[in-house]
Design a protein around this ligand. Structure first.
Ligand code: ADP
Ligand code: AMP
Length: 214
């Protein structure tokens, strides 16, 4: 099954995408995680993406698409995947559709997690990320066993620079302008599934599984 996750930054796309991918036994592909890993490793892609990410803007489509097309050609993607944070613009969605149609494939579900803007700022301020293994926590809603330490790999947890309130406001504006139109794009394709993201993590997951029919 080929699934994409839609929703504002902080809506819970990563949290749910990891669970769905585990349930379906397909890779979880987060373009944000891939960019952050490249920044950490000092690659050229990372250096090119960093200034956009720090400013709360989107990385240019050309750079993002190159990375994604390369990733989905991987052997492990043959039975599907869960995209988290991609596509984020209409041109990205159109490019994905074209690439898939050339392979006789399509997006099966676009899962949109709905959370009002008022709730997003609190979620992002409390998010703690492990830059070592990609795990995500929340100081109040999904706390690690030991404060500031990743349960999975033991590395230190950080507040992402782009999760600071000023940058979150910019990212929300970018979301409304450039990414939200994808909801109608996928509604028109007949594959949109909308879930209420204000419920707790387990309830959101159950709602999504029902929508996916798995
Ligand atoms: P996204 O990938 O959409 O940016 P995340 O999955 O990283 O969002 O979630 C953002 C923050 O909100 C994280 O700190 C996460 O632990 C927390 N979170 C995710 N889902 C929920 C939920 N249903 N209720 C409360 N907090 C949540
Ligand atoms: P995320 O981890 O999904 O919140 O993404 C963090 C940042 O990475 C975003 O604010 C963008 O700057 C960049 N990014 C991630 N995915 C994309 C994408 N599909 N298109 C453009 N920029 C992206």
């Amino acid at each position: 099954m080929r699934i994409i996750m839609l929703g504002a930054p902080g809506a819970g796309k990563g949290t749910q995408a990891k669970r769905i991918a585990e349930r379906l036994q397909v890779p979880h592909i987060s373009t944000g995680d891939i960019f952050r890993a490249n920044i950490k490793n000092g690659t050229e892609l990372g250096m090119r993406a960093k200034s956009y990410m720090d400013a709360g803007s989107l990385v240019p489509d050309s750079l993002t698409l190159e990375l994604v097309m390369d990733r989905i050609a991987g052997e492990d993607c043959q039975n599907g995947y869960v995209f988290d944070g991609f596509p984020r613009t209409i041109p990205q969605a159109e490019a994905l559709e074209k690439a898939l149609s050339e392979l006789g494939q399509k997006v099966d579900f676009a899962v949109d997690i709905e959370v009002p803007d008022e709730d997003i700022i609190g979620r992002m301020g409390g998010r703690r990320a492990c830059l070592q293994c990609g795990a995500t926590y929340h100081v109040a809603y999904a706390a690690p066993k030991t404060e500031g330490v990743c349960d999975r790999c033991g590395a230190g947890l950080t507040l992402r620079d782009d999760d600071k309130p000023e940058t979150v406001k910019k990212r929300l504006a970018v979301y409304h302008e450039q990414t939200q139109p994808l909801i109608d794009f996928y509604r028109n394709k007949g594959c949109l599934a909308q879930a209420d993201g204000t419920k707790d993590v387990e309830d959101v997951f159950c709602e999504i599984l029902k929508l996916l029919g798995v």
